[in-house]
Design a protein around this ligand. Structure first.
Ligand code: ASP
Length: 308
């Protein structure tokens, strides 16, 4: 049996302890723990890595604290456009959706694309047409309305500024949720979901639904989910970059992910982090900013962490 395990994130950014109330910290930690354990229990029962990451990310999408699903940020039109992707390391099958509206759990729609479409990435109205026979849960705008996010947007509305979650500085690109897992069969999977950036316009899409940039899984190497400045994660092709360093240069997950996040992404000017797991069950969660909401669990240990 493989050394199964899971790691999840709820976004990285300028998350400083001095600005966090005890109450808020407890709420974040318990949401992370719940999502992690929902995924872990699936692995424990012998379920697949794909099922585990879908469950964990769905749980984070249902929690208003995170910038995905229910908690998604507002775009420049005061709406929510959601991006998500999922990849199976066993066969490199992938599914993704971009700029979809009204979908309660975009990761589940991405999984339907993986399972039932010859394509990998579907966007907007087209993705919803594809979804209609599957009767996925749809929600109206009220479901996604959140006072905190609305106020974040009010500060930027009408300007050219944009901001990602967990950041007080405009033009920073942080937020998002994701999960990676190794199951008892030795299969890896990765999933990522986001609302993108507050006040984003022009149909902007970041790294999260882009296979290789925000999400990647390959049984020969690792499963990776990224969070951070999407444009830079796309330039760095970060998730695939880590897999490549492992596959072609024989690096460990820890070394490859540190190189990609703490050197390459920084050199490009990007902030962010990843959660990753390799085929031996080793877990890495590096980030190059103040904090990253994250949690992991395998048969040896479990943790829920926020700061460095
Ligand atoms: N990477 C995501 C994006 O650029 C955002 C994030 O991680 O917060 O859309």
């Amino acid at each position: 049996m493989y050394n199964y395990g899971i790691a999840i994130h709820g976004g990285a950014g300028t998350i400083s302890k001095s600005l966090m109330s005890e109450e808020k910290e407890i709420a974040y930690k318990s949401a992370l723990q719940e999502a992690r354990d929902i995924g872990y229990e699936m692995l424990e029962k012998g379920g697949s890595a794909i099922e585990a990451v879908t469950l964990a990310v769905s749980s984070l999408e249902d929690c208003p604290l995170f910038n995905a699903g229910k908690g998604a940020v507002f775009n420049a039109e005061g709406e929510h456009e959601l991006d998500a992707s999922i990849m199976n390391g066993k066969n490199l099958e992938a599914g993704a959706v971009a700029a979809v509206q009204g979908v309660r759990n975009p990761i589940q729609l991405a999984q339907l694309v993986l399972n039932h479409s010859d394509h990998i990435l579907l966007m907007g109205e087209g993705a919803l047409k594809f979804a209609s026979p599957f009767k996925i849960a749809m929600e109206d705008a009220d479901y996604f309305h959140n006072e905190h996010r609305f106020n974040q947007w009010q500060k930027m509305k009408g300007s050219d500024d944009f901001q990602l979650d967990h950041s007080d500085k405009p033009k920073q690109y942080l937020g998002t949720v994701g999960a990676v897992a190794l199951d008892v069969h030795g299969d890896l999977a990765a999933a990522t979901s986001t609302g993108g950036m507050t006040n984003k316009k022009f149909g902007r899409i970041g790294d999260s639904p882009i296979i290789g940039a925000g999400t990647y899984a390959n049984n020969n190497t690792c499963a990776i989910s990224c969070t951070g400045s999407g444009e830079f994660l796309m330039k760095g092709v970060t998730a695939y970059d880590i897999s490549c360093m492992m596959e072609y240069a024989g690096m460990s997950l820890i070394d490859a992910s540190n190189q990609s996040i703490n050197k390459r992404l920084l050199d490009l000017g990007g902030d962010g982090g990843i959660v990753g797991i390799d085929r031996a069950g080793n877990i890495a969660m590096p980030f190059n900013c103040e904090g990253m909401y994250r949690a992991s669990r395998n048969q040896q240990e479990a943790c829920v962490l926020i700061y460095k």
